[in-house]
Write a protein that binds this ligand. Structure first.
Ligand code: ANZ
Length: 841
C-alpha cells in the first residue's frame, strides 16, 4: 500500500466533495427527516484560529452524526462581517473596511473548506452585504411599527480625549481603558429596542430549555433578566402635590423605613433640590458632579464607603404617617425601579451602612431570632448559640436580613416575612398607597452606534423633528463608500460627514430632511441570521415562513460561552417578536445548545502579545486537518477548555495512519458474508455500533474516539495474530472504523472507504444497526431529577426507549412525592441516562 500522505488526500477529497456536493440541502423533495445544526458564525478578523478549529470540529461531529442517522441536515455557514475590528483596521490603514473584510472572508472560506467542515456552501451569507442588511432594516421598521424601536436620551460614558462612547466594561477605575482619561457622563439620544416588554416571556420560556441548554447559561440569562417581585409604595412628599413611589422587595419592613434615598442623577433629585435652599442646592451640585465620574458597576459595589447629601425635604410613610428625611446617595440607581427607595437600615446592609455613616435612626421590625418553620437558624461560629445575639444592627453594623417574626409593625406583628409581605400589599392596595409590583434588571437594548461599518438606520429626520420611516421599497438603504469620510471615533457618526448621503427630501412635504447617521449594533445582524440561512437568496423577503416551518427552530446550536447572555438573549427576543408578527410559529430559536470550551496554551488564552499564539495553518501543515480535528474531539468533554500544550496531535496523526492501514489489509470483497466472521471481533464491532450513537448524543465525543481506538487495536490484532485479513469480521470492523472516523476525520474515512471498495461519500452512508445477539446484556444507571435536582436513580437497559423510561419515572413514588400538587410542565428524557421532570412554580 502507498504511504498515508496527508497533503495528497486532502487535495484529492476536496475536489471530489466540490463535485459531489454531499452536504447540499437544496432539494425540496428530499424525503429524509430534517435537522438544523448551526455553528455560531465567525467574525472575519483574519484567518481561522485554533478556537474556530475547535468549534467547527465539534459542530461538525454533530452535523455528520445526524446525516449518518438518516437525517437531511442543514449545516450552514456565513460571516458576521460588520463591526468594529474591520473599522479599526480601516482607520489604522486609511482604507475602506470592505476590502479588509472581504479578503478575510475569502481566506477563512478557503480554510474552512480545507478544514472539511460539512457546510452547505450554497447558503453562505455575509451580514455586510446589502442583500443581507436590507432585512436588518426591514426588521427595524417592523419593530418601529410595533412601537418596539424608539429613541431616548440617556447618559453614556464618554471619554473626552478619545471623543468616544465607552461601554461599562471599557471604564476602569473611572478612567478610559485606552488612554487613562477620566471618563465623564454625556447625554446622547440613541435608538433602543424595547426588549423589556418581553422580559417575562424571556425569563419564563427558559424553563422549556431546561436540560437542553447548559444550566450555567440558563442561570446567567435568568440573572441578567433579573426579575424581582415586591411592591411599589407611595410616599407623600411635603411641598409636592404628587407622591413619590419606591420599589421594594420587602414591603413587610415598611414600619422600619426611617429615611428615603433618591438617585442623584434622577430627575426627581433635581426637582426636589430645586425646592430646597441655596446651600443644599450647592452641596448637591458638587455631589452630583462627583458621582458622574463613577460607573454603574462602581456604584453597585456594596463595599464602597457611603456618600450622600440631605436634600432638606421630607416624605411621609403611608402606613404610620411618620415624617422621614429625604437624602440623595449614589448607591441608589436612577434607572432601576423608580430611582428612589425607602431605606430600612435595620434589615438592608447598604441602608445600614448609610445610616451609620450619617447618624440616621435604625429601627428593627423583624425579630430574626424568633423561630420560623423552614427558616435557617441563627448560627454563630458554626453553632446555634444557647443565647441568641441581640437584635442590634446599629451597634453591630450587621443588617438583619434573615426571616423571622414581625415586631414594631402594628397589624403585621407576629407574622413571618412571607405572610407579612402579602399582608402589607393588601393593606397598601386597600389604602390606595401601594400595589404589588415587579422589576427587572434587564434594560432596553441600545442599538445605535456612532460608527460607520454597520447597517444604516432606515429613518429620515424631518426639519420639525418628526421621524419618517423609509418604506420597504426604498430598502436597502445602502451604506455609502467610506472614501473621504473620517472614520475616527469622535462620538458623532462618520456618516454624518457625507453631506450628499445625509441630505434628503422629506417625502411628505418635499422640505429638506436628514438621514439618521447612526448604524445598528451588529448584534441586530446576528439576532435573526439563523432564519436567513433557510432562504438566503430570497430578495422579496427576509425569509420564507414555509422554509422556517420546515427547518426551524435550530435543533442544535454550537458556540462559545462568551455569547451566553447578549447574543442568545437578543436572538430569543427577536424570535418572539417575529412570532408575535406571525412570521414564525415557534418562540425559542435554539432548541439545544452546546458551549464548547476554549483552546488555551500553557494554561492561558492565546494572544499575540503573550507570545503563546499557535497558528492553525502551521498545525495543519504539520499534522494534517484530520489529526487536528481528532485531537479537538479527543481532548476531553467538549465543554472543557483544551490546553494545546497538553494534547498530542502527532499521536492523532499516527493513530489515523494506523486506522488507514487496516483498510489496505482487508483482503475480502464487500460482498462477504458477515456471519462467517470471527465472533470475538464482531462483538467488539457491534458493541461499538450500539454504544456510539448514545455517546455522541450525550456529547461524549472523546469517549467515542477512545472506542474507535479500541476497535482499531482489536482489528489490528485480528489481522496480525488472529483469523487474518481475509476474515469477514476484519472487513466489518474496518468499515465500522471508517464510518466512525467519518465524524471526526473525514479525509481518512473517505480514503478508507474507497480502499474498501465503496463509492464516495462515506458521510452519506448510514450508520449500521448493531446485532443484538452479539451484545452483552447490561444495565445503566438513570439519574432522575425533579426541576434539575437529583431525586432518585433507576437501573435500566441501555437501550430503553424514551417512552418506556418516562413511564417508569412518572411511576416512581419519590417523584410523586417531590412533585406534590404542582403541575408537570414537561418531562425531559435523555434515555437511558437522565430524566428531568419540570414542574410549574
Ligand atoms: C426596602 C428594603 C428593605 C429593601 C430591606 C431591601 C431589603 P432587587 O432584589 O435588586 O430588585 N432598590 C430599589 N430601587 C433601587 C434603586 N433604584 N437603586 C438601588 N437600590 C434600589 O432589589 C430591590 C431592593 O433594592 C429594594 O427593596 C430596594 O431596597 C432597593 F430589608 O426596599 B428594598
Amino acid at each position: 500500500a502507498p504511504g498515508y500522505d496527508v497533503a495528497r488526500i486532502q487535495e484529492k477529497w476536496q475536489a471530489v466533495w466540490d463535485e459531489l456536493q454531499p452536504f447540499n440541502t437544496s432539494d425540496p423533495d428530499d424525503p429524509r427527516p430534517r435537522k438544523y445544526v448551526l455553528d455560531m458564525f465567525p467574525y472575519p478578523s483574519g484567518d481561522l484560529h485554533m478556537g474556530h478549529a475547535e468549534a467547527y470540529a465539534l459542530g461538525d461531529v454533530i452535523a455528520r452524526y445526524w446525516r449518518q442517522q438518516g437525517f437531511n441536515v442543514l449545516h450552514p455557514i456565513g460571516w458576521d462581517s460588520f463591526g468594529l475590528p474591520a473599522e479599526n483596521a480601516a482607520i489604522k490603514r486609511g482604507i475602506d473596511p470592505r476590502p479588509w473584510t472581504y479578503d478575510n472572508i475569502a481566506q477563512q472560506r478557503k480554510s474552512m473548506k480545507q478544514y472539511a467542515a460539512s457546510f452547505d456552501w450554497d447558503r453562505v451569507l455575509h451580514t455586510s452585504d446589502p442583500e443581507y442588511y436590507k432585512w436588518n432594516q426591514w426588521l427595524f421598521l417592523k419593530l418601529y411599527e410595533k412601537g418596539l424601536a424608539y429613541r431616548k436620551a440617556s447618559w453614556v460614558n464618554w471619554c473626552p480625549k478619545d471623543q468616544t462612547v465607552l461601554a461599562n466594561e471599557q471604564v476602569v477605575d473611572g478612567a478610559c481603558e485606552r488612554c487613562g482619561t477620566i471618563v465623564v457622563k454625556k447625554k446622547l439620544t440613541q435608538w433602543y429596542f424595547k426588549i423589556t416588554d418581553y422580559a417575562d416571556r424571556l425569563l419564563d420560556d427558559l424553563n422549556q430549555l431546561e436540560g437542553f441548554w447548559p444550566s450555567k447559561v440558563l442561570a446567567m440569562q435568568r440573572n441578567w433578566i433579573g426579575r424581582s417581585m415586591g411592591a411599589d409604595v407611595d410616599f407623600a412628599i411635603e411641598g409636592r402635590a404628587e407622591p413619590v413611589s419606591v420599589f421594594t422587595t420587602r414591603p413587610d419592613t415598611l414600619f422600619g423605613a426611617t429615611f428615603m434615598v433618591v438617585a442623584p442623577d434622577s430627575e426627581l433629585a433635581a426637582e426636589l433640590v430645586a425646592g430646597a435652599d441655596a446651600e443644599v442646592a450647592a452641596q448637591f451640585a458638587a455631589y452630583l458632579a462627583d458621582v458622574q465620574k463613577n460607573t454603574e458597576i462602581e456604584r453597585q459595589d456594596a463595599t464602597r464607603e457611603k456618600t450622600g447629601v440631605f436634600l432638606g425635604r421630607y416624605a411621609v410613610n403611608p402606613v404610620n404617617g411618620e415624617r422621614v428625611p429625604i437624602w440623595s446617595a449614589d448607591y441608589v440607581l436612577a434607572d432601576y425601579g423608580h430611582g428612589a427607595i425607602m431605606a430600612v437600615p435595620a434589615h438592608d446592609q447598604r441602608d445600614l451602612d448609610f445610616a451609620r455613616t450619617f447618624g440616621l435612626p435604625v429601627r428593627v421590625v423583624v425579630d430574626t431570632n424568633a423561630p420560623i418553620t423552614g427558616a435557617i437558624p441563627v448560627v454563630v461560629d458554626g453553632e446555634v448559640p444557647d443565647e441568641l445575639p441581640p437584635l442590634d444592627p446599629a451597634g453591630t453594623g450587621i443588617a438583619l436580613v434573615g426571616d423571622g417574626r414581625m415586631i414594631n409593625s402594628g397589624p403585621l406583628d407576629g407574622l413571618s416575612k412571607t405572610n407579612a409581605i402579602a399582608r402589607m400589599i393588601e393593606i397598601l392596595e386597600a389604602g390606595g398607597t401601594g400595589r404589588a409590583a415587579k422589576n427587572f434588571r434587564l434594560r432596553d437594548w441600545l442599538i445605535s452606534r456612532q460608527r460607520y461599518w454597520g447597517t444604516p438606520i432606515p429613518i429620515i429626520h424631518a426639519e420639525n423633528g418628526d421621524l419618517i420611516p423609509l418604506s420597504e421599497d426604498q430598502l436597502p438603504l445602502e451604506l455609502p463608500s467610506a472614501e473621504g469620510l473620517d472614520l475616527s471615533p469622535r462620538g458623532t457618526s462618520p456618516l454624518g460627514g457625507d453631506e450628499e448621503w445625509m441630505s434628503v427630501t422629506n417625502p411628505i412635504d418635499g422640505s429638506p430632511a436628514r438621514r439618521d447617521p447612526d448604524t445598528m449594533d451588529t448584534f441586530v445582524d446576528s439576532s435573526w441570521y439563523f432564519l436567513r440561512f433557510l432562504d438566503p437568496h430570497d430578495d422579496a423577503r427576509a425569509f420564507d415562513p414555509a422554509e422556517a416551518e420546515r427547518w426551524a427552530p435550530v435543533d442544535q446550536y454550537v458556540g462559545g460561552v462568551t455569547h451566553a447572555i447578549l447574543h442568545l438573549l437578543y436572538a430569543r427576543f427577536i424570535t418572539k417578536v417575529l412570532y408575535d408578527l406571525g412570521y414564525v410559529t415557534f418562540t425559542e430559536p435554539f432548541s439545544a445548545l452546546l458551549n464548547q470550551g476554549m483552546v488555551l496554551m500553557d494554561g492561558s488564552a492565546m494572544s499575540k502579545s503573550k507570545g503563546n499564539l499557535v497558528r492553525l495553518s502551521d498545525q495543519i501543515d504539520e499534522h494534517g486537518v484530520d489529526a487536528i480535528r481528532l485531537t479537538m474531539a479527543f481532548a476531553g468533554p467538549p465543554e472543557d477548555d483544551i490546553d494545546w500544550a497538553d494534547v498530542a496531535p502527532h499521536a492523532s496523526a499516527k493513530f489515523l495512519a494506523r486506522a488507514w492501514r487496516l483498510a489496505h489489509d482487508v483482503t475480502s470483497a464487500p460482498e462477504v458474508e458477515w456471519k462467517s466472521g470471527d465472533a470475538a471481533l464482531r462483538r467488539v464491532t457491534h458493541q461499538f455500533l450500539a454504544d456510539a450513537p448514545g455517546l455522541i448524543e450525550a456529547f461524549k465525543f472523546n469517549v467515542v474516539v477512545a472506542r474507535i481506538m479500541e476497535l482499531v487495536n482489536a482489528t489490528r490484532k485480528a489481522i496480525d495474530s488472529g483469523p487474518g485479513g481475509a476474515d469477514a469480521a476484519v472487513r466489518e470492523a474496518a468499515e465500522t472504523v471508517a464510518l466512525g472516523l467519518s465524524l471526526f476525520s473525514p479525509y481518512t474515512a473517505e480514503e478508507m472507504w474507497e480502499t474498501l471498495g465503496y463509492p464516495p461519500s462515506v458521510a452519506l452512508y448510514g450508520w449500521r444497526k448493531a446485532d443484538p445477539t452479539l451484545l452483552v446484556a447490561e444495565s445503566v444507571t438513570c439519574v432522575v431529577q425533579v426541576d434539575g435536582k437529583l431525586r432518585d436513580r433507576l437501573d435500566v437497559s441501555p437501550r430503553i426507549s424514551p417512552e418506556a423510561l418516562e413511564a417508569q419515572v412518572r411511576a416512581l413514588p419519590s417523584v410523586a412525592r417531590t412533585v406534590g400538587d404542582r403541575a408537570i410542565i414537561s418531562v425531559i428524557v435523555r434515555a437511558p441516562r437522565l430524566v428531568n421532570v419540570v414542574t410549574a412554580h
